[in-house]
Design a protein around this ligand. Structure first.
Ligand code: ATP
Ligand code: MG
Ligand code: FE
Length: 332
């Protein structure tokens, strides 16, 4: 089984070839046009996908050594994501598969973030709980099998990646600010300043409060000391990160306890955060969890995760008809 997989849901154009469940490559073109706008501009993202998609696919196909005539199927991200971005990938996948006379397989992007854990060893055992933390989502997912998963908790407003990026912006850091908060936090004191830890009912999250809290706190401090941010950057980053990680782990601990699982995984771009990784390592040791963290290239948006999801769907005979349209919002 050889599958070409395409990911184009946001601002990464990516293609991957998977053969018999083994991901051979994962080609990613990251769009830099958005940096100067401080966030992803949908219109520009669609245009960049148009430019990048064919070269990215060519590189994936050539470097795999598989002739395109030998492909068994073409997989693509159907949603969730930016409509204009998704349309580029979906249209390409349909046309390419139609030309080759092979079937197409739609993949849910959030499902794929979880299945990124099945690209390499070690693989988690079912059932497990995956905390998916990205730029657009924050979800606790109960994973029962490769194709059966259930969202048991999620954010009611901002995603945690968004909270990282928006608070970073308030500190004057460029987009995306998450990795910079991580970097400065390493040299800061996480208890220097106290930011709110919002507690939502059950297993849900809310990350919009911290943005407002940081905004007003900085406004008050800057009124008396215009250099407040530069003088306290490390401590500010460490304290913001501390609150965000605390909110994430409180609910993760509750979910693991409620569902009685032993295997715990994290996925999505924010799982690159070194503070989160360290906190989870400590928690896992203390609680006896087996913790799974994917390789960095499979944490952020990539077609390798779409490929592995498509492989399992292929095995299940789960193909998509050619009249499929992308979905900006799509449930797991
Ligand atoms: P979604 O998958 O929900 O559609 P997305 O694809 O944009 O969203 P990802 O690419 O998975 O999200 O992750 C991007 C997010 O990860 C950004 O918000 C970025 O700031 C954050 N991020 C990346 N590295 C780190 C880090 N080291 N610390 C904190 N946040 C980080
Ligand atoms: Mg991205
Ligand atoms: Fe993503």
């Amino acid at each position: 089984i050889s599958i070409l997989a395409i990911e184009s849901s946001c601002d990464e154009t990516s293609a991957s070839i998977i053969v018999n469940g083994k991901v051979l490559n994962n080609i990613v073109a990251t769009q830099s046009v958005h940096e100067k706008y401080g966030g992803v501009v949908p219109e520009l993202a669609s245009r960049a996908h148009q430019e990048n998609l064919i070269p990215v696919v060519q590189e994936a196909v050539f470097s795999s050594g598989i002739a395109k005539e030998d492909l068994s199927a073409v997989a693509f991200t159907r949603g969730p994501g930016l409509m204009g971005s998704l349309l580029v990938g979906v249209s390409f996948a349909k046309a390419f598969a139609y030309g080759l006379g092979i079937p197409i397989i739609e993949v849910n992007h959030m499902h794929a973030h979880v299945l990124a854990h099945f690209i390499d060893e070690p693989k988690p055992e079912f059932p497990f709980i995956c905390l998916t933390v990205s730029g657009g989502h924050t979800q606790l997912v109960l994973v029962k099998s490769h194709l059966e998963m259930e969202v048991i908790g999620e954010t009611r407003d901002d995603a945690v990646g968004e909270a990282f990026d928006k608070t970073a912006k308030l500190l004057g850091l460029p987009y995306p600010g998450g990795p910079l908060i991580d970097k400065y936090a390493k040299a800061g004191n996480p208890r220097a300043f106290e930011f709110p830890i919002t507690r939502m009912p059950e297993l849900d999250y809310s990350f919009s409060g911290i943005k407002t809290a940081v905004l007003y706190f900085l406004r008050d401090q800057l009124a008396t000391n215009p250099n407040f941010i530069t003088e306290n950057l490390n401590d500010l980053c460490a304290s913001i990160q501390y609150s965000l990680i605390k909110m994430l782990t409180i609910k993760l601990e509750k979910a693991v306890k409620d569902y009685g699982v032993k295997n715990v995984a994290i996925a999505g771009g924010v799982s690159a955060n070194s503070g989160l990784r360290q906190t989870l390592d400590e928690l896992a040791r203390k609680k006896g969890w087996e913790l799974f963290v994917p390789k960095f290239e499979y944490c952020t948006d990539n077609a390798g995760m779409i490929a592995i999801a498509a492989h399992y769907k292929y095995l299940a005979g789960d193909f998509t008809t050619m009249d499929v349209a992308p979905l900006a919002k799509m449930k797991i």
